[in-house]
Design a protein around this ligand. Sequence first.
Ligand SMILES: Cc1cc2nc3c(=O)[nH]c(=O)nc-3n(C[C@H](O)[C@H](O)[C@H](O)COP(=O)(O)O)c2cc1C
Length: 180
Amino acid sequence: MMKKIGIVVGSQRNGSYTHSIAKEFLHLVPQGYEAKIFDISQLPIYNQDYDDVGPLPQSYIDFRNEVEGTDAFIFATPEHNRSYTALIKNAIDVASRPYGENKWGGKPGAVVSVSPGSLGGFGANHHLRQVLTFIDVQPVQQPEVYIGGVLSLLDEEGNLNKEDTRALLKALLDTLIAKM
Ligand SMILES: Cc1cc2nc3c(=O)[nH]c(=O)nc-3n(C[C@H](O)[C@H](O)[C@H](O)COP(=O)(O)O)c2cc1C
């Protein structure tokens, strides 16, 4: 059976640099594996009333099922105020609930942070790793992937034009796959 990798992208911005980097994984997956970028843009901000009282948004039901049916994750995040984005946090929260029904747990996950700045989203990357520990995602520790100066790595169509960055993404993917 085809093994599934779900990519969580932390920006919905038109022309998002993080999305540009994340879509590279779609080309890098080897045979026997399927990668897709989750659509997390339609998930309402998590409110426990949805679970306790209802009605449950259909987007929550669909996303929770999707995460449950996925074998490994890649989290690609911009940095917002030295942390990962609220968009990713919301998706994590939605599929971690209701209490006792965390859909992320026990599966491997890799983190990529992306920034036009020189620090490569270090703060975002490590805040995200802290949360992945609690939801029991088995982290890829190495290689660490901090993509700084992203504008110099993309062409005008938003395609990656740097071979050593592509090799780093491939190394991350290979390590993730080895844990699946
Ligand atoms: C609210 C906000 C906070 C930001 N904080 C940071 C930051 O802490 N570090 C950083 O490198 N860039 C920061 N940026 C700039 C983002 O890196 C930049 O907007 C980037 O293009 C966002 O990723 P995207 O292209 O995938 O949408 C911030 C942007 C916004 C909107």
